[in-house]
Design a protein around this ligand. Sequence first.
Ligand code: ADP
Ligand code: MG
Ligand code: ZN
Length: 482
Amino acid sequence: MSAYEAVIGLEVHAELLTESKMFCGCAVVDSTTAEPNTVVCPICLGMPGVLPVINRRAVEFAIRVGLALNCQIATTNVFARKSYFYPDLPKGYQISQYELPLAINGWLEIDLPNGSTKRIGIRRAHLEEDTGKSIHVGGSSLIDFNRSGVPLLEIVTEPDIRSAEEAEAYGRKLRAILQYLGVNSGDMSKGVLRMEPNISVRPVGSNELRTRTEVKNLNSIRSLARASALEIERQIKIYESGGTVTQATLGWDEARGTLVMQREKESAHDYRYFPEPDLPPLVISPEWIEAIRRSLPELPDAKRNRLIALGLGAYEASVLVADRAVADYFEAVVASGAEPKKAANWIINELFARMNKAALPSENIAETRVAPSALAELIRLVDSGTINNNAAKKVLDALFERGGAPAEIVRQLGLEQTQDTALIEAAILKVLEANPAEVARFCNGEEKVLKFLIGQVMREGRGKFPAELTNALLNEHLRKRC
Ligand code: ADP
Ligand code: MG
Ligand code: ZN
């Protein structure tokens, strides 16, 4: 057992899915695909003399998140200038919030692998604007300002996280909540959701906050977990060999799966924060806050509890709600008439396995060729005894490959089960003739040979014998012989 424990606080930047940017009318576009510098104007290019105007939708989205994270929403908000120089920040300052952030003092409940839950404190969530993007090509640096001024919500936790697993659980839950709220796509590979863990370690039982490091450039929840685990390990090794951890910013090399030292011994930045003179304080009425609270959608925890009430296990329910796309898919299968427990089984055990093989992440479930209604129909075909489980898996393979209607695929592949009792009985007789010793053992009370005999008969049927009917017929014939 390690004598050290990790102390982690997460800073998350989430771009908000508004139509237009934070302080101007430019459209928010996918900055990984749009032609560079096509959605820009004097305001988001930071020209002198222009005036920002606050995007009401961005404020609404931020309030949604604040409420979902159990925060207090400040009725008086002040935007602040955070001054620093960087080529992708043409104004020389970022409009952010400092002393009076929009949301404070909240919490989020994480689900741990052992089935328990834990509350992670949310220190603050504030609105700001994103910067442009530097692109380095062959010795030159180019800048794309499409992202400049996109609304950004920074969400900062208390240092309540104690392990890489907890950091992962926090990342997953927060991402799910943002997706459910419709304020962020959760697509970390596109950089619209960025998570930065601040990490330190200390002897178990101590309350001190030791020197921390910060890891940047994580573009998936998995990387967040891996990088955190490696950094915890690195710091423990330093302390165990008698050294001290120096404050540093680390990067993450996704391809190699390693941490990269970026800047060491960083002195505290002096951003010269002061209230943004071009914007009046943002006053949010309690009525507006309450209206937004009433309009909040069902969030992951509530959905999970509802699924458990439908008969699902806690684990299944957590898996299904972890991604909004998966939850929506599951609900669509159930809406098409499938029993919830069976729908969950087919999605988690069968559909996910096929997606996994095709390197398709679960969040892309809507892009598979298996329509929710088709999965529901497949389950119906099994329930009605038209096909057995093995045949159903073959049908799912075909659906996954090329889509279509299950009944049609069953016909094409000739997978219907037979209702022809004469055919089944012929197979039973053949098996009983071929296995006289087993029949004798059965008659002597050795019930377990029954399993073997059923297996033999089912094999004769090549997937076309319905299990229940075959079972009943076999029993009947066996008893006649005893
Ligand atoms: P800054 O403004 O310099 O980024 P903050 O005080 O806002 O610093 O903290 C950033 C994050 O670091 C927060 O999530 C906080 O919980 C976390 N944090 C602060 N001190 C420590 C520490 N000693 N070890 C780990 N995390 C820490
Ligand atoms: Mg910070
Ligand atoms: Zn603009």
